[in-house]
Design a protein around this ligand. Sequence first.
Ligand SMILES: *[C@@H]1O[C@H](CO)[C@@H](O)[C@H](O)[C@H]1NC(C)=O
Ligand SMILES: *[C@@H]1O[C@H](CO)[C@@H](O)[C@H](O)[C@H]1NC(C)=O
Length: 387
Amino acid sequence: METGSRLAALSLLFSAVLSPCVGLVSSGEIDPLLYEEQLLWVSGAQGEVNTYRVPLLSFTPKGSLLAFAEARKSTAGDVGAKFLAMRRSTDKGATWSPTTFIVDDGTQPDGLNLGSVVVDEEVGSVILIYSMCFHLYHCHPASTMMVESKDDGLSWSQPRNLSVQLGVKNFAPGPGFGIQKRYEPAKGRLVVCGHGTLEGDGVFCILSDDHGRKWYNGAALKSIPYNQKKKAQDFNPDECQPIELTDGSIVINVRNQNKYHCQCRLVVRSTDGGLSLPVEGLYFDYTLVDPAVAAGALQKDGVVYFTNPANEQHRINLTLRWSVTDGKTWENKAVQIWAGPSGYSCITSVDSGSPEDRKFIYVIYEKGHKDYDETVSFAKIHLFGGR
Ligand SMILES: *[C@@H]1O[C@H](CO)[C@@H](O)[C@H](O)[C@H]1NC(C)=O
Ligand SMILES: *[C@@H]1O[C@H](CO)[C@@H](O)[C@H](O)[C@H]1NC(C)=O
């Protein structure tokens, strides 16, 4: 009996010690609540900007939040000249700095396109990778560009042309975030994934093992028929969001551009730190119905979160889903963030050591009443129903 109670005391001690370290959350605990929401950008409201689109959201190593968007100067379309707009919050999204334009592409006929934001927690930098001339519209060639901040997003470097290292290729990162590997294999590696166009379409990842100084080409998941004009329902993996699972594998949630096999997301996994994306690991997630759009994904404390306009045809119904099985199954109780027009989205969370940080995730998304590109909205989600 004495041994038994000692064992019980020991196991109690162990669970008390272990659970906060592992930090896994069980399915019943999660009950997401739309806690606060505010518009960060309104299209047409600012003199030099016609439309804000393609929002990205990131944490910083110091616990701030950074929001980015393309500020399309004179049209709503993907081509044309743009600013890269940023706002910064040091109080978990309660208040935001005024908009600053951290890159200005001038009068380019086919200017910058976002993009992927990646945080290097080992050196405390935030890196933003974007493309120039992605559509080859009155310009040549396409370039992959990078800017970097070493002071929590306050100032940014001059753009650096990564095509010099990577070779010239159409590569549109994200849109969303890139990851720094937290687990083996390749702990510390920066992994940024994106897609190509007709001159190399599919999903591709670029990698850096030295905090963003040198970049090289990693995994590829090529389209079929590769580099040829596509028909409806061809295999055409497009915009994508990678996350790292706690087993060290990278799972990439991908826009299924030509609706191959289903009107839903396609998912592919890398177990070698982004060097390869074997087709054996590819599947279609029928629960995640999708109109072909850029979606948000995040792994936090062992739970996978996913946002998209959950509708097979239209960009409406922005919905948050979550999974306690690494995305193999999704909880039935999805949360609708916005019923109306909604487009691209991106999810992040902060970990500044405060227990409060375990309770929230943050979503940025395109939101409107008539069209999804009317505003960019920031939503703070309480994961435990406000408790
Ligand atoms: C980037 O570098 C590539 C390869 O050297 C070059 O072809 C391209 O013109 C450069 N792009 C920019 C925007 O400087
Ligand atoms: C919105 O998403 C939810 C969850 O996937 C789904 O049950 C519902 O049918 C969707 N509504 C519309 C109008 O797409």
